[in-house]
Design a protein around this ligand. Structure first.
Ligand code: SAM
Ligand code: SF4
Length: 492
């Protein structure tokens, strides 16, 4: 957060995410073949890789952390910004030597980049054997068999129904305490800058009973926190009659039991008071007071909302097709503060230098940040994506240096706000969930408070998976430090 590196395009309160990748761990359940997966981009992609690993496991593959050992290499890719795609292309070139040494190695590109580029990827990247979009993972075993016979394969069919509800994800890179649960797929929002509706298809919600069953299973296995994932969780909508939102809308009168996001949150919160519930992402146009009241009702629903604003200026928001304006957004923030109080964490995504953004409009983003006082933000400069509404309708006319300078200003503002917000935690008693050893020292443990802030405590008092009541004794811009008051207090 402190380094304003020239080409940086994403920063978070704790760690950069977007162009990082995560690999699979070594797994040995006696399967005959080895799969190596790298996952790029958002949490949804990491959750998808767990579904892919599960499908592959049923078809004879254990995961490996060493691509040299692999029979199959998958890159589960992101297209959100140009840089994310360039990173994947560069990574593919790293695998060239492995393929040369082992020609029977199968290399697949999965996810958003596969969906966006389709068969062109096979032509452009000669070492790629498979191109598989986010709704076609059930076809992977067939495609791999064909690839083993030397046939290259592409399946980028986008479904209106697929939610992988029946597939139990293989947890990858798991700390054994926190896990993601996908509750919906796709997005119908058509923000003009965004490639997601084209790469992940129409929005569809997953059967709530399968979501609750997954949460129960995780809790039984010792997990203490689940994060419900969707591009726009507040438009979650499911009914026994129809679970496809597009079709459901057509016969709304006939539908009797619609489960909305507030109901789903309540169902998951009731799994156990010892299972924390988080969710991401909330869209400002859809987040309801009902959701906020449900959050208030259950102590185990964490008091933290990721509410991306993108811009603080109403004209730019309209060009972005976000379907809310500055006033609407600030009204939603007021509702959060009124119902959940000052201690509820709020974070955001911001894009600087969107088409035609003026200096004054950029100042509106900075002033909105001052009003909301975000705990942290993911901040980007605008990257035009082919095929999006903005690419078709508007000129990408803000010079790169200006985009980056504005981004640097937004980052500096956020750094200041994060420090200010963290100071408010000083002296407070908070409940944290221990996720493991701290990055910087094995003499310390790392946990998270309800507002999603990292809290460091001395090791020796508690262990991974414990709830600990702490008093915050020191704060920095990114981290809180606490002393232990009580380990595993009774929570009901
Ligand atoms: N569904 C979420 C929402 O509406 O806020 C966000 C999903 S997107 C994967 C994550 C973030 O990437 C967006 O909130 C936006 O700030 C950023 N983003 C998307 N397209 C972008 C683009 N073309 N250039 C720069 N940032 C972009
Ligand atoms: Fe993209 Fe907008 Fe959908 Fe988020 S809500 S995924 S930014 S189109």
């Amino acid at each position: 957060m402190n380094n304003l590196i020239a080409d940086i395009d994403i920063i978070s309160g704790e760690e950069a995410q977007a162009c990082d990748f995560k690999t699979t761990p070594d797994e040995n359940t006696g399967k005959s073949k080895k799969l190596y997966i790298e996952s790029y981009g958002c949490q949804m992609n990491f959750a998808d890789s767990e579904i892919v690993a599960s499908i592959m496991k049923d078809n004879g593959f254990d995961t490996t952390a060493d691509f040299q050992q692999a029979d199959v290499i998958f890159l589960n890719t992101c297209s959100i910004r140009e840089k994310a795609e360039l990173t994947v292309r560069k990574r593919l070139s790293d695998f060239q030597r492995a393929k040369k040494a082992k020609p029977e190695l199968t290399i697949g590109v999965l996810g958003c980049m596969a969906e966006r580029l389709k068969e062109n990827l096979l032509a452009e990247e000669k070492i790629v054997d498979l191109v598989v979009g986010p709704d076609a993972y059930r076809d992977l075993p067939n495609l791999i068999s064909a690839a083993e016979e030397g046939e290259k394969g592409v399946n980028t069919f986008l479904s209106r129904e697929e939610t992988y509800a029946d597939i139990a994800p293989v947890r990858l890179n798991s700390n054994g305490v926190t896990a993601f649960i996908s509750i919906m797929r796709g997005c119908d929002n058509m923000c003009s800058f965004c490639v997601v509706p084209f790469t992940r298809g129409r929005e569809r919600s997953r059967d709530p009973h399968s979501i609750v069953a997954e949460a129960q299973d995780l809790f039984a296995k010792g997990y203490k926190e689940v994060t419900l994932l969707g591009q726009n969780v507040d438009s979650y909508k499911w009914s026994p009659e129809e679970n496809n939102k597009a079709r459901l809308n057509k016969k709304e009168e006939e539908v009797t039991h619609v489960v909305n996001f507030a109901h789903l949150l309540e169902m998951v919160a009731q799994v156990s008071p010892y299972l924390r519930v988080r969710f991401s992402t909330s869209h400002p146009k859809d987040i309801t007071d009902e959701v906020l009241h449900t959050m208030k009702k259950y102590d185990n629903i964490c008091k933290y909302i990721h509410l991306p604003v993108q811009s603080g200026n109403s004209r730019v928001l309209e060009l972005m097709n976000r379907t809310y304006d500055r006033e609407w957004y600030l009204n939603r923030v007021n509702a959060i503060r009124e119902i959940l109080g000052e201690e509820c964490g709020i974070s955001s995504d911001m894009i600087t230098g969107f088409c035609t953004e003026t200096e004054e409009e950029h100042q509106d983003t900075l002033s909105l940040m001052d009003i909301v006082k975000y705990d942290f933000s993911y901040m980007f400069f605008y990257s035009e994506r082919p095929g999006t509404l903005a690419a078709k309708k508007y000129e990408d006319d803000i010079p790169l240096e200006t985009k980056k300078r504005r981004l640097a200003e937004v980052i500096t503002k956020q750094a200041h706000l994060s420090s200010e917000r963290n100071k408010l935690d000083f002296g407070q008693e908070q409940l944290i969930l221990i996720e493991g050893t701290a990055k910087k020292s094995d003499q310390q443990l790392k946990g998270r408070n309800s507002a999603n802030k990292v809290v460091i405590i001395p090791a020796g008092h508690a262990k991974k998976g414990d709830y600990v009541r702490v008093k915050i004794t020191e704060v920095s811009q990114a981290t809180l430090f606490g002393e232990v008051l009580e380990v595993n207090p009774i929570l009901v």
